[in-house]
Design a protein around this ligand. Structure first.
Ligand code: AMP
Ligand code: MN
Ligand code: MN
Ligand code: MN
Length: 277
């Protein structure tokens, strides 16, 4: 049987559109044998995903995608194989959630100025028990017909430096890696080519990530770009990092890569799953 890994995905516990159960079932249907649910800054979906995975006969790896600050930029660190009851990680998530709620209120106030009422109330009802992310505001603007694609929402309103953008107060890179490691997880630098960094600055980030205890790099990502795979694979070799693969699936039908439909991992790299137990 071929093993198909997809180690980066989102559910309704953060900004995905499928419940943890439906996400897990979809992954199984798409031939994924090893799935990591990696919601932004929360472990809330893990239990439901785990139960579903058992029933569906696929392997669920407990994961998370932490937002972290590195020199004033927001960087994403995926944690794989994390314990869901580690106080350092769960307390860290709790503090980020609090901060996210405050940020969401400030973003809602900015969006209200575009001519909408009750933005926070409506968006938080949509989000349910999940924390609010910029994706939720993007969908709000899409539903209101203000924009015609999620990308447009970020380009015009929600991207860094745009009128409705509010920066987050994220833990430092070192802190995020420490929380993941405290929970017994492997820290993976997510989608290294999504940060608009020069190659030189990217290497600085990688060096620091390794110094702080980072162990893997997401080499095959939802960007689905063979040149990116090559560049990232070179970095994994240079920095002695294991390699991860993940679609970053959020929802069916808005341009995200499908679960499990990933480019191949260069065969000389050490797969991150060799570090998971
Ligand atoms: P936040 O963590 O609240 O800042 O929200 C970031 C989330 O917004 C990311 O996890 C992506 O899912 C989504 N996002 C960021 N940029 C874009 C974009 N250009 N198009 C679509 N979604 C995006
Ligand atoms: Mn997201
Ligand atoms: Mn990310
Ligand atoms: Mn993600």
């Amino acid at each position: 049987m071929t093993l198909t890994y997809d180690l980066h995905s989102h559910s309704t516990a953060s900004d995905g559109l499928l419940s943890p159960a439906d996400l897990t079932l979809r992954a199984a249907a798409k031939g994924v044998t090893h799935l990591a649910l990696t919601d932004h800054d929360t472990l809330a979906g893990q239990y439901q995903a785990e139960q579903t995975a058992k029933a569906a006969g696929i392997n669920l790896i407990n994961g998370i995608e932490l937002s972290a600050d590195w020199q004033g930029r927001c960087i994403h660190i995926v944690g794989l194989g994390v314990a869901t009851d580690n106080p350092q990680l769960t307390e860290g998530c709790r503090s980020v959630a609090e901060q996210r709620d405050e940020r969401a209120r400030r973003m809602a106030a900015k969006i209200a100025k575009l001519g909408f009422d009750n933005v926070y109330a409506e968006v938080s009802e949509q989000a349910g028990s999940a924390m609010i992310t910029r994706s939720h505001f993007a969908r709000f603007l899409l539903n209101k017909g203000r924009i015609t694609s999620l990308q447009q929402a970020f380009d015009r309103y929600l991207g860094e430096g745009k009128p409705c953008y509010v920066s987050g107060q994220w833990p430092e890179l070192a802190q995020a890696v420490a929380w993941i490691r405290a929970a017994g997880g492997v820290a993976v630098l997510a989608h290294p080519l999504r940060y608009n960094l020069t190659k030189t600055v990217s290497r600085k980030l990688l060096a620091e990530f390794v110094d702080e205890g980072g162990q893997a790099l997401e080499v095959v990502t939802g960007q689905n770009n063979p040149n990116h795979v090559q560049t990232s694979a070179d970095w994994a070799r240079q920095f002695g990092l294991a390699a991860s693969v993940g679609s970053d699936f959020h929802d069916p039908g808005t341009g995200y890569l499908e679960l499990g439909k990933l480019l191949p991992l260069p065969s000389d790299l050490q797969p991150v799953w060799h570090l998971l137990h």
